[in-house]
Design a binder for this molecule. Sequence first.
Ligand code: GRF
Length: 193
Amino acid sequence: MFSDACISVTRILIMAIAVFVSGTGTNLQAMIDDADIDIEVVITNRNAKFVSALRRCESAGISWISYLNDMKNLEKYTTEIFEERNVKLIVLAGFMKLLSPAYVERWKDKIINIHPSLLPSFKGAHAIEQAFKYGVKYTGVTVHYVDEGMDTGSIIAQQTVKITKRDTVETLEKKIHKVEHKLYPKVIKDLLK
Ligand code: GRF
């Protein structure tokens, strides 16, 4: 007499992300340091020599591609690579270029960005300094989906940062980055669940 055999197959689902950077890459480092985040590839639009984020990739053995000032090819080839490698989420971390409406549409709800203010206040490249100069008592960090606009997509998560009388732009910047480095990996993992 034979009993039914039950074979259980465990599938390991790897949820890979791609990260777009243009500069220092401290947020990228926070992702590299998180054992539960799998970075497939890092993309930059700048000359690789000047993107210190790429040195972090080299230390961590992560491949990177530079499409120097070539957004058209960046969008074309990343779409091919991401489809082929089953990339689930495109994470912008200090990426200083707007993506085209067609690309944003192709990857709708799959591209996220982190911004160092409580959006919709202080959009753009100088958010920390502007919030400080404006004299707001609270600023913070926003993670949002990317749409065709600049820092305009729908908000996924926000965290406040208090500005005290003792703060300078530099100390505020440090406080904001500390929050970013915890919040961004957490949001990425939540979205991949
Ligand atoms: C971060 O402050 C992020 O909010 C903004 O660009 C900065 C990137 O810093 N979008 P880093 O390159 O991750 O150090």
